[in-house]
Design a protein around this ligand. Structure first.
Ligand code: NAD
Length: 272
């Protein structure tokens, strides 16, 4: 591990990629050592600083992940599922920590991270913010305290460019609610109501996805019963919460043995 930590950012031109550059620049504990984007992207071959509209920084954007991480301590990755799987294999080959913020991965795609996690540390979370990870724990506790008289609905809202639904965070919250109730989310998830759906099935966990404008990320977990309703809510008003969480994960991961971890591990929230 170098001091400061050398970080390769994938998807550097994206919303989270740019925020990561800003967050790492503001930290004394890490530097942006490499920048990756997809093949054919207009930034490939350009100086990252100039591409961002600032001063040159002698870091050139590349689509060659192996070259990018050859001299890095960690790769922070907010891209797309297929790219993330390829990056996991590269990080494992190089023995570099892989922090994954990418969402929308199928169970099969997540399964493909198991091999790389035997060789290096992978920290993957659908949401890297402290607040949401606390909300996950609260959701589990509240779900464990209430019976099925309380209908659970997870309601999320995001910007109009988001490509997956429900959000990775909504699924984390659904998993937490299901775990609190001692059931499998797969068995009770109700994801997408349209037309004559019939009445709500007791015990189901419902998901609602709102898409519009520039909403960064809002999540409500509603427990609705006859005569009362409890709502746990998190609102992200700035993407920097995710970038700061990802950087924290990259720093935390340096002393860990290979394996698959999440933000609850990083934040020390995994105890019940
Ligand atoms: P975005 O579309 O703005 O950026 C995605 C970036 O990935 C782009 O720069 C794109 O060119 C790049 N990319 C795509 N395929 C690539 C490839 N094969 N190789 C290299 N780069 C590639 O999206 P965004 O808003 O920055 O979000 C990215 C991902 O992060 C999404 O899955 C989103 O849901 C997730 N996200 C997670 C959290 C969290 O806390 N875990 C927070 C925000 C966003």
């Amino acid at each position: 591990m170098s001091t400061p930590l050398k970080i390769a950012i994938t998807g550097v031109s994206g919303r989270m990629g740019r925020m990561l550059v800003e967050t790492i620049d503001a930290s004394e504990k890490a530097v942006v050592a490499a920048a990756v984007d997809r093949d054919g992207h207009a930034w490939i071959g350009r100086d990252l600083g100039l591409a961002l509209g600032g001063a040159a920084r002698d870091v050139f954007v590349t689509s060659d992940i192996d070259a990018a991480i050859a001299d890095a301590d960690a790769v922070i990755d907010f891209t797309a599922p297929a790219a993330t799987i390829a990056f996991a294999a590269a990080a494992a080959r190089a023995g570099v920590v892989h922090v994954i913020g990418t969402t929308g991965m199928t169970a099969e795609e997540i399964g493909q991270l198991a091999g790389p996690a035997e060789q290096t540390v992978i920290v993957r979370a659908g949401n890297m913010s402290l607040g949401v990870n606390l909300l996950v724990q609260l959701t589990k506790k509240v779900a464990a305290s209430l019976d099925e008289d309380y209908d659970i609905e997870v309601i999320e809202a995001h910007h109009n460019q988001k490509v997956d639904a429900p959000s990775g965070t909504a699924l984390m919250l659904g998993e937490a609610a299901a775990a609190g109730r001692g059931v499998s989310l797969e068995a009770v998830a109700d994801r997408g109501r349209d037309g004559i759906t019939g009445v709500r099935k007791r015990g189901d966990i419902g998901f609602v996805a709102v898409r519009g404008g520039d909403i960064i990320g809002e999540h409500d977990v509603m427990f609705a019963a006859t005569g009362e309703r409890i709502t746990l809510r998190h609102v992200a008003s700035d993407r920097s919460v995710f970038a700061r969480g990802a950087l924290k994960a990259a720093l935390w991961a340096q002393d860990r043995p290979p394996g698959a971890y999440d933000m609850l591990d990083v934040l020390g929230l995994n105890a019940d």
